[in-house]
Design a protein around this ligand. Sequence first.
Ligand code: BJW
Length: 240
Amino acid sequence: MSTVRDWIGSAHHIAVLTGAGMSAESGVPTFRDAQTGLWAQFKPEDLATEDAFRAHPRRVWDWYQFRRDMIAQVAPNAGHRALAAFQQRHPGLLTLITQNVDGLHQRAGSTDAIALHGNLADDRWLDMPRDCCDPEFVEAGHPPHCPTCGNLRRPAVVWFGEMLPLPALDAAQKAANGCNLMLVVGTSGVVYPAAGLAHTAHRRGARVVVINPEATELDVVADLCLHEPAAQCLPTLLED
Ligand code: BJW
């Protein structure tokens, strides 16, 4: 811990890549946790695709609605708050890149978090919108849709097989290339291109620190692994 604090103290640019474990202590289940109740029979990987949405729009919409309702009831944890406070104390020193769609970094006060996989709070059209498709006038439903042509609203998140938003990916790659320290927090490191950012930082000579109670796919590029929960570890690591 003290070694990493020294690295933070002397870093000229820090990139932080977060994943679902960042929000675990807020009460948000991680992506690869077993699903509970109604959703136990489905694997998240089988719901978070365009094919799944086209085949079962109601099921996938309702899964997202369930998650939206759950996230509305939780709050950012001490780890989210420590990152936001550090950014405010040291403007420009830390770039926050998140795979999370829960908006908790933003709610903690991180104003410029790079959201690689979109945001659960937003919707967009499934198919290219026509003149009749007006988000102000959707017909309620599971999912809501255009009353004229039937185009469906879908969550504005990045599903498997979809491109990440290019401005976000560009900004994240720039941070990975330019940092000399990367903290990789609460991600299994199995999903690309996000996980590739840690490889990039490592290749470019940056120190990489993995913060995760479990082993991850990214431990191979880590200079140090802190096997601790994020909300416990980050406040100590980031205090002045
Ligand atoms: C704690 C903790 C505590 C618990 N504290 N830690 C290269 C190689 C192989 C495959 C590919 C590749 N490049 C691309 C692919 C394909 C694919 C992919 O990566 N597949 C892999 C699964 C093999 N990637 C894609 O499809 C991406 N798109 C793409 O590449 O497009 C290319 C393209 C080109 C041209 C045309 C079109 C396309 C898109 C990926 C999108 C991922 N989307 C999701 C869903 C978002 C919406 C939603 O939430 O529903 O994003 S999938 C899901 O995984 C979600 C997450 O952001 C992402 C990462 O998961 P994460 O955050 O790591 O969570 P978990 O659950 O896996 O891990 C949690 C961790 O927390 C664990 O390690 C715990 O131990 C830990 N933990 N408590 C700290 N308290």
